[in-house]
Design a protein around this ligand. Structure first.
Ligand code: UDP
Ligand code: MG
Length: 313
């Protein structure tokens, strides 16, 4: 491994009721990182666990100060947990890994090696995923659409195991449930992304916190992200198009009735006329939403990511 010992690595581990797995995960990560990294820290983020998880990581910290602990007062979700871990991370590289031992810490060196080939984010790809079909199938569909719509060509966009350069995690805003679409957020910022096949194990202890019912939420999140990344600076380009379509169709319909009236053919309320009027009303509403979005957008402070920013002598 040509990258041995080059990096200080922060591992961010979000967990929610994973008491059976934490000690084993700690030992496996520690023994791998002691050989592989220049130094490391393990940031355990307790997402409001109600079992013994917090006292387990607290005990680990008493023995080993490389263990950092952030504990939420209640269950906020994996995205807020990750984002707190990202804020605290001090490493050159930041790794995220699930706490349930489904991801293998020994995949990390290989992912770092790929990162060294010139990427900012390496996402794991659970080629041989060990989860029930009720999870794997919706996830396949989600990944297919995600890569189609976003143009980010990954097989497994929501893999918990990822390796990032520090700049990426300090930059992206992971809130709500956007952890599912992190590569899209990073890709939009111009970061270079690739994926690496990783082994995956069945969940040995506890139960999954995410079921198939999250599938629909995933689709909404995808839409949100597409809108935020592509349209937040030019909302009127989006809303304006829709408003224009409605206005011109409704306008043409009613122009037709106007001409009938002008040429003395009489005027009766007909279904088509109502449709035309409704379309005009809708177009005003959608156009106004676009203007409100513009108003909001004009007040956001713009932040950019730079490849270089050298402006003093
Ligand atoms: N997790 C979390 N907060 C939550 C739900 C899950 O921090 O509200 C953690 C969980 O403990 C695990 C990781 O996120 O470390 C992935 O969750 P899970 O294994 O349940 O998802 P799955 O692998 O079944 O998709
Ligand atoms: Mg899991």
């Amino acid at each position: 491994m040509d990258s041995t010992g080059k990096y200080f690595i922060s591992v961010v581990i979000p967990f929610y009721n994973e008491e059976e797995s934490l000690v084993e995960l700690y030992s496996r990560l520690t023994s791998m990182l002691q050989q592989f990294s220049q130094g490391h820290e393990l940031i355990f983020v307790d997402d409001g666990s109600t079992d013994g998880s917090l006292s387990i990581v607290s005990t680990l910290r008493e023995k080993d100060r490389r263990v950092k602990v952030i504990a939420f007062n209640r269950n906020y979700g994996k995205s807020p947990a990750l984002s707190q871990g990202f804020a605290a991370a001090r490493g050159d590289l930041v790794v995220t890994i699930d706490a349930d031992l489904q991801d293998d810490p020994d995949e990390i060196p290989g992912m770092v090696a790929l990162l060294d080939e010139g990427y900012d984010l390496i996402s794991g790809w659970k080629l041989n995923r060990k989860d029930p079909i009720t999870k794997t199938l919706p996830s396949k569909v989600f990944n297919f659409f995600a890569s189609l719509i976003t143009g980010i060509k990954l097989h497994d966009i929501n893999c918990g195991l990822k390796v990032y350069r520090k700049e990426v995690v300090k930059r992206i805003k992971v809130y709500g449930e956007l952890h599912r679409v992190i590569p899209v957020l990073a890709g939009w910022e111009g970061f270079r992304i690739s994926e690496k096949e990783v082994t995956h194990s069945e969940r040995k202890y506890g139960k999954s916190k995410y079921g198939a019912k999250r599938f629909l939420n995933g689709i909404f999140d995808l839409m949100t992200v597409m809108f935020i990344t592509r349209r937040s600076t030019t909302p009127m380009h989006f809303f304006g198009r829709i408003a224009f379509l409605f206005l011109s169709t409704g306008g043409l319909i009613n122009l037709y009735f106007l001409l009938q009236w002008v040429f003395g053919k009489g005027l009766h309320v007909r279904p088509l006329m109502v449709v035309g009027l409704i379309m005009i009303v809708i177009s005003i509403q959608i156009g106004s939403i676009g203007l409100l979005a513009e108003l909001y957008s004009s007040n956001i402070e713009r932040v950019f990511s730079y490849r270089k920013y050298e402006i003093d002598d």
